[in-house]
Design a protein around this ligand. Sequence first.
Ligand SMILES: NC(=O)c1ccc[n+]([C@@H]2O[C@H](COP(=O)([O-])OP(=O)(O)OC[C@H]3O[C@@H](n4cnc5c(N)ncnc54)[C@H](OP(=O)(O)O)[C@@H]3O)[C@@H](O)[C@H]2O)c1
Length: 323
Amino acid sequence: MLMLWMPKKSSWCLLALAVVLTSLFAGGHQQDVVLAKDMKFKLHSRDLMPLVGFGTYQVRGADLIKDVLDKSFAAGYRLVDSAAVYGNEKEIGIALKELLPKHNLTRKDIFITTKLSPDDQGEKAYDALEKSLKNLDCEYIDLYLIHWPGKHGVNASKEENSVARDLSWQHMVKGVKNGLVRNIGVSNYNVRHMKELLGNNHGIKPAVNQVEWHPHYHQPELLELCKKEGVLLQAYSSLGGSDNRELLDNAEVKTIAGKLGKTPAQVLLRWALQQNIAIIPKARSQKHIEENIDLNFTIPEEDMKTLSSFSQKKYAWDPDTIA
Ligand SMILES: NC(=O)c1ccc[n+]([C@@H]2O[C@H](COP(=O)([O-])OP(=O)(O)OC[C@H]3O[C@@H](n4cnc5c(N)ncnc54)[C@H](OP(=O)(O)O)[C@@H]3O)[C@@H](O)[C@H]2O)c1
């Protein structure tokens, strides 16, 4: 197995190489390749972040959390994506106590992401970070994201949103300095929000921007900016989100999947990965959990182009409205 060690400036170049190498697996060169489950991106802190993670939005209740995390660790996932607003941090913390030893893992083998609630944007951000860490009951959080560029209860057009997210960032920088969290980043930031933060980062550049990204919604300009700045773009709702089968049932996605001998979900996930974008699919069944990390194949260039040329429509909340 090739170990990835990526110098800071060239993280994105080496990530591209690793993505190509995963495709060789299908050709039988198993000893020289990086499997999707082992692909990592080197963050500004030099921490290595898995490119394939497990999403937990709407995954609630101690039994369900333990069950899906058990299955996902067995399948090879090493990143868990949570958020204060998902209401499952405590259950994840409890499950980890039992599951890490069960899977012969320690805390450092797992990458935990959680997010600042829009309710706590601004002056409450440091307390919110401490609360998430307490809920998760682990020594540190790997990645803490500002969930949304706005502040709950403030009119979207108001400058107060910008002031509040800048204050959140200052508290998060303090959180890194005090050892509560190792990396900080953002979610649902558009190009304008990113440029604002990059121009005034209080000493720490964002590590990650987690955004909606699937064939019906992608933003090449945002990807370019993130690549230029060494910020990892992480896709959410790659399959279209919960209770939405539009992409999974799309005729072109199905045709490409049939041609490659893969499922539509695998094609949608590999499409993002092949653009050097991290993914965090959510699934409940063992079959889905396993197939969503079994992504060692290549989508031919012409099919990548077809998938990238779908009409654009947003499924999730729209940050462009936030000043
Ligand atoms: N930062 C943000 O604002 C934000 C917003 C949304 C999501 N997220 C994060 O991103 C994660 C993923 O996004 P998402 O939860 O919206 O949706 P998603 O991963 O796009 O889709 C999840 C849905 O797809 C189904 N599914 C999973 N694997 C499948 C497969 N192989 N074949 C067919 N169906 C499959 C799941 O059903 P089953 O559960 O029945 O398997 C579930 O209904 C979230 O869980 C969360 O961690 C972040």
